[in-house]
Design a protein. Structure first.
Length: 162
């Protein structure tokens, strides 16, 4: 009986933390990496499937996955918005911008989280980390690590019901 009660309490705590995290993410505004005067929040993209990707410039797997996400944005542009959140400070910000330009990743919306607030809210422990939301803004799944195009596209199609 005691084990069940403790299990129930842990479940409640997990649910409460999850809902608090999503509510905060909806209210949090992050600046565009390339146009810092423009800020975006999660609610700006309701009505679209959202892929919220977390990365750093020092992560080789992130740099492998971002071209795949750019291709996904191009392929599903009417129904999907890929948002990539960079955690960086100082010279890493300019290095990331240069890398993005060199690789022509112009379809993804890149945001800057210099304080790591969104990383913390989503409990990101390693990158790349991508969270998939449906058109109503409900979290569907998340991927930890870099995944091939076939898996990313398949997940998007499943969320879209195609």
């Amino acid at each position: 009986m005691k084990k069940r009660f403790l299990s129930f309490l842990w479940t409640l705590l997990f649910v409460a933390l999850t809902f608090n995290s999503l509510a905060f993410a909806e209210d949090l505004k992050l600046p565009s990496l390339f146009e810092p005067e423009k800020s975006f929040s999660f609610t700006d993209f309701k009505g679209k499937v959202v892929l919220l990707n977390f990365w750093t410039i020092r992560c080789p797997y992130c740099r492998m996955e971002l071209p795949v996400l750019n291709k996904a944005q191009d392929a599903f542009s009417e129904d999907v918005r890929v948002i990539s959140v960079l955690f960086a400070r100082g010279n890493d910000i300019e290095e990331a911008k240069d890398w993005i330009r060199r690789n022509k990743l112009d379809s993804i919306l890149f945001l800057l989280d210099a304080e790591g607030k969104l990383f913390e809210e989503f409990g990101v422990m390693g990158v790349p980390y991508t969270v998939f939301f449906d058109k109503e803004g409900k979290k569907v799944t998340q991927l930890s690590g870099a995944f091939p195009e076939s898996i990313i596209f398949s997940l998007i199609q499943k969320i879209l019901g195609k």
